[in-house]
Design a binder for this molecule. Sequence first.
Ligand SMILES: Cc1ncc(COP(=O)(O)OP(=O)(O)O)c(N)n1
Ligand code: TZP
Ligand code: MG
Length: 204
Amino acid sequence: MIGRLHVVTDAAGGRAALDAVRAALSGGAPVVQVRTKTGSDRERLAFAREVVVLCRAAGAQCIVNDRVDLALAARADGTHVGADDLPVEVVRRIAGPSHLVGGTARDPERAAELVAAGADYLGVGPAFATSTKDGLPDPIGPDGVAAVAAAVRVPVIAIGGLTAARVPLLRAAGAHGVAVVSAVSGAADPAAATRELLAALDAS
Ligand SMILES: Cc1ncc(COP(=O)(O)OP(=O)(O)O)c(N)n1
Ligand SMILES: Cc1ncsc1CCOP(=O)(O)O
Ligand SMILES: [Mg+2]
């Protein structure tokens, strides 16, 4: 089963992002998602490899966003794909049955399609407003997350504007867990922020 807290790396990658990953893992993060949006493929692969090594040492799962080729090359545990990435069924065919495949959904119809295509889990959102990613549609709120969670039998990971204070709302909506960028990467103390999120998940 996929972990309940997905710590997503800052899209810029680099040393600061790696430091945040180290801190998150020291705080107990069970899943790290490598999400890079800049740099050459070689730089992105090198970053993903470093994160995989850190995750292995900590016993955490590592998922690469967008790119199944980088995920396989880095020996990551899984790949997360959205609407502009390779389709879930293609990622599944390329990566095989033991690779974790996640897909992005914001409504029950899309969610059911992704599960039928072979998704192991769904990233669902944006749950709340966020300034981390431009061009997102309106937040779906806990009710939107609940509609998706009720429609599928795979774990739902809520994303977008997530904080420890909001975790109980999402868990009550049926989310298995949450994915965060700024709540950990933007925190003054990313290890403490990770512990706070995990405590909120454990309590709800
Ligand atoms: C857990 C999780 N859910 C959703 C997303 C968003 O992925 P995607 O739609 O591919 O958008 P980008 O992250 O590529 O901007 C995610 N990364 N993780
Ligand atoms: C990549 C992505 N997809 C939907 S919301 C989001 C960004 C979430 O970032 P934050 O946790 O800082 O709100
Ligand atoms: Mg993507």
